[in-house]
Design a protein around this ligand. Structure first.
Ligand code: ADP
Length: 848
């Protein structure tokens, strides 16, 4: 046992020790664990605290930075504020307007330099009160307080500040400067004052006030901005409403209610609408009546900013003057019309009996008379003609004066017109022994478009003067031209004479009215002194110009320039084929050379002789001439004697006699001495026609025996017995059947039964006038052959011709009638089975 016990005891003791150890281990483990937990918690705490410390540190850093930044910002802000304030004051000091700030107790805080300068108070320092400032200004004499005195002025100005809002006030300084004071109370009680220099504006305004017319300016909303006193005065009934800010419409309506606009009475709405509509136009100008029998001219114009500026001019006096002028103009026009009508009637009244006088005298001269009787008859005729020239001149002049000169362009033959004028002047020229010559440039076209009637008048004046003022020598008409454009010729026509000439000091005003070179040398020439004035006006009316060159005692040269379109050439100049050589005998050098050139254009060569003796000498050597052209009137041996002498030599070549007195040469032609007589001045076309007739084999149709053809039937309607007689006498030698009718109705009746080939129709006739009769005849004709009707008229007013032609009349002849013209007209009328009114040979010669 012991051992066992001891063993057991030992074992038990060991087991108990092991159990104790195990427990102590467990307790140690638990204690360890607890310790570890605690240590971890402690460590976490330490970490947390460390973080807190770190964030506190960084926060402190940030705050420190911020603090620094704030400090620098503050610094900068302060600097900026100081600079801004300085700048502000610098700026405020630079403006021309005065600026000042007073505190709520009305004590000056600050004022700019302009404020001090304008108010002439350099020592105005902060702290001074407004009342003291005012007093200072008055005491310094900067403003004139006026009759009320300084106290009252200062009180009034101080009292302004109590009003709300404070009305601006304009103050005139003694220096001439005008200030507008504008004051405003700020929210904190400070008073801000502006003193605006409006001197410039006031000057402009003073000028606007000084305008004698009403001035007004509306803004873009059509509200009145400004107007001068004159504007208000012109609209006294609207004046009340004419206040700045009032709309135009309101002012207008006010005026309308108060009778400002008499023309609106009874149609107010329409008037108003119309007037307001005009406001939309950019600019308007019109006149309207206003109360008090006055008229205003309204001129309104949009301004660049969309407003409207207007002027109102009182035109009452002007309108009255205009009305008086208009009445005077109408009266003057009526007087001119009456004068023209009177002149036309006068001319008619004078021409009708003159037709009898001149026509009868012409016929009388053709009868056998004693020398004394011839002198009387010639005097009657020439005096009558002179009177007609004067009547025509005065009539023309009055037409030009009344601006009733109208041009009637038509194609015409210029050379023929010149020729016709020369032919008319021929008797006078012949009587004085003057040669009238025409040198029409052979390379120049002859047909143009222009007014032949007026050109004839110009040429008659110039050529008539040339003949009138020339006692010996010649009158030469030269026509040259240059082609300025296709079918356009610039013509130079000159009329040259060898007459008395004009002194240099008279040349300048020779084209004036009633201008005559009133010297002893030309007082023996009759005339009205209107011819050249009329000539100049006509030529200028045609777009041309006239001029004159003259030398006293040597002659004159009148010329005019005209640009005329070339007309189609109706009959080209026929070129003779078989004639090649001509002998030309003329004592005038110009005539010889002109003839030579004319003959050269149709391929002929000429030998030129200056006298009959010369010619006979040439013929002794050379007889090879196809034609001989001889001038009728030559000194020593005349043309007829030369013709006879040539025939006596046995030469057969045809002879053409150039004569300015065809009648006296007629016998020679009848005797077969000469082939034809060519009237001088020579018309180129006549010469060519004659030459061609000579060159062609003569195939003349045998004249119809009188029994087999009838006479030309001519109806003449003329109410005046004397004129009937004149007409009858003028055609007495012609082979015609003539019947008269003494008024238009009778003419129409005779027309139906008599069936005339030609009708001469007086225009002014009782019962039915010539125009109506012509119309009736044209109606009767229908599609049947057209019978030529020739108007005989004493009327010469423009417009007559139009109405005459409108009646279906073909030609117009102006009284007094000329036998030559009537004969030409009758011979121009040919129809089958009708005998020519003139025997064949005579018909070929142009009757004088
Ligand atoms: P009138 O011939 O009717 O007197 P004009 O007006 O035709 O009137 O001419 C005015 C004046 O000019 C003439 O009176 C004359 O003195 C002068 N005169 C005109 N043409 C010529 C001329 N060819 N030669 C000389 N004087 C002339």
């Amino acid at each position: 046992m012991d051992r066992m016990d001891r063993l057991a005891k030992e074992r038990r003791a060991r087991l108990a020790a092991e159990r104790l150890l195990e427990q102590k281990s467990r307790e140690l483990f638990a204690a360890n664990e607890k310790l570890a937990l605690h240590a971890r918690a402690l460590s976490d705490q330490i970490v947390e605290q460390r973080q807190a410390v770190r964030s506190a540190q960084s926060e402190a850093e940030t705050l420190k930075d911020q603090n620094l930044r704030f400090l620098s910002d503050l610094e900068r802000a302060h600097t900026t504020a100081v600079m801004a304030e300085r700048r502000l004051w610098d700026s405020i000091n630079t403006i021309r307007d005065g600026f000042a700030v007073f505190d709520s107790a009305n004590r000056l805080i600050a004022a700019n330099e302009a404020f001090r300068t304008l108010l002439e108070c350099e020592d105005l320092s902060p702290g001074i009160s407004y009342a003291e400032t005012l007093r200072l200004i008055v005491d310094n004499g900067v403003v004139d307080p006026g009759d009320d005195g300084a106290d009252a002025w200062c009180r009034r100005m101080a009292a302004r500040w109590d009003a709300d809002p404070i009305e601006p006030v304009v103050v005139a300084l003694t220096s001439g400067v005008w200030l507008r004071l504008i004051d405003r109370r700020a929210r904190d009680g400070d008073m801000v004052c502006l003193a605006v220099d409006i001197t410039e504006q006031m000057r402009i305004w003073a000028a606007i006030e000084a305008i004698p017319d009403g001035f007004v300016l509306f803004d873009r909303e059509d509200r009145l901005m400004v107007c001068n006193q004159r504007y208000r005065d012109l609209y006294p009934e609207s004046a009340e409403a004419i206040v700045p800010g009032a709309t135009f419409e309101a002012i207008l309506r006010h005026g309308l209610r108060n009778g400002q606009y008499p023309d609106a009475m009874g149609r107010e709405d329409e008037w108003m609408e119309n007037r307001l509509n005009m406001r939309h136009e950019r600019s308007v100008e019109f006149e309207h009546p206003v109360a008090g029998n006055r008229w205003l001219r309204v001129i309104d114009q949009e301004t660049p900013d969309g407003g409207r500026v207007g002027l109102r001019v009182d035109v009452t006096a002007l309108r009255e003057q205009n009305a008086a002028l208009e009445a005077a103009r109408l009266a003057a026009e009526a007087a001119v019309r009456a004068k023209s009508a009177f002149l036309a009637n006068m001319s008619h009244e004078i021409r009708t009996p003159m037709n009898g006088v001149v026509g009868m005298a012409e016929l009388l001269c053709d009868t056998p008379l004693t020398d004394e009787q011839r002198l009387f008859a010639e005097t009657i005729r020439s005096s009558g003609e002179a009177l007609l020239v004067i009547i025509n001149d005065i009539l023309d002049y009055s037409k030009i004066e009344a601006e009733r000169l109208t041009l009637r362009p038509e194609p015409f033959d210029l050379e023929r017109v010149i020729h016709e004028v020369a032919m008319l002047l021929q008797p006078r020229a012949r009587a004085k022994g003057i040669d009238v010559m025409i040198d029409f440039d052979i390379f120049l076209p002859t047909r143009y478009v222009g007014d032949p009637g007026r050109l004839r008048q110009v040429l008659t004046n110039l050529m008539g003067n040339a003949v009138k003022f020339t006692d010996s020598g010649h009158v030469l008409i030269r026509v040259v031209g240059v082609e300025t454009a296709e079918r356009m010729q610039q013509l130079h026509i000159t009329v040259e004479d060898t007459g008395i000439g004009i002194a240099a000091d008279h040349l300048d005003h020779i084209f004036g009215e009633f201008n005559q070179v009133d010297s002893a040398s030309n007082r023996r020439f009759e005339g009205t002194g209107l011819g050249l004035a009329i000539t100049q006006r006509i030529v200028e009316h045609m777009g041309g110009a006239v001029w004159v060159d003259s030398e006293p005692g040597r002659g004159s040269c009148f010329g005019f320039r005209l640009a005329l379109p070339v007309a189609e050439n109706a009959d080209d100049i026929p070129t003779p084929v078989s004639l090649s050589r001509a002998l030309v005998v003329d004592d005038q050098f110009i005539n010889r050379t002109v003839l030579e050139r004319q003959l050269a254009t149709c391929g002929m060569k000429s030998a030129l002789c200056r006298s009959a003796a010369d010619a006979l000498m040439v013929l002794q050597q050379d007889r090879d001439f196809d034609v001989i052209l001889i001038d009728h009137e030559m000194p020593e041996m005349d043309g007829l004697h030369l013709a006879r002498a040539i025939r006596d030599t046995g030469l057969e070549a045809p002879i053409l006699l150039l004569s300015s007195n065809a009648a006296t040469a007629m016998a020679a032609q009848q005797a077969g001495l000469v082939a034809a007589i060519l009237a001088k001045p020579l018309l180129r076309a006549d010469l060519y026609r004659r030459l061609q007739a000579l060159s062609a084999p003569l195939a003349v149709a045998p004249p119809a025996p009188p029994g087999q053809s009838r006479q030309l039937r001519v109806l003449a309607a003329e109410d005046n017995r004397t004129n009937q007689l004149v007409f009858r006498k003028m055609v007495k030698d012609l082979d015609i059947d003539l019947q008269f009718a003494s008024n238009g109705r009778e003419a129409v009746e005779v027309f139906q039964t008599f069936k005339p080939d030609m009708v001469f129709m007086d225009i002014s006739m009782p019962i039915m006038d010539g125009r109506e009769a012509a119309c009736a005849i044209r109606a009767l004709e229908g599609d049947a052959a057209h019978v030529p009707i020739i108007a005989l008229t004493a009327h010469a007013m423009a417009g007559d011709a139009t109405s005459i032609r409108a009646a279906g009349i073909d030609h117009i002849m102006t009284k007094p009638l000329r036998r030559g013209a009537i004969c030409d007209m009758l011979t121009s009328c040919t129809s089958a089975g009708v005998r020519p009114p003139l025997p064949a040979p005579q018909a070929e010669t142009v009757a004088d």
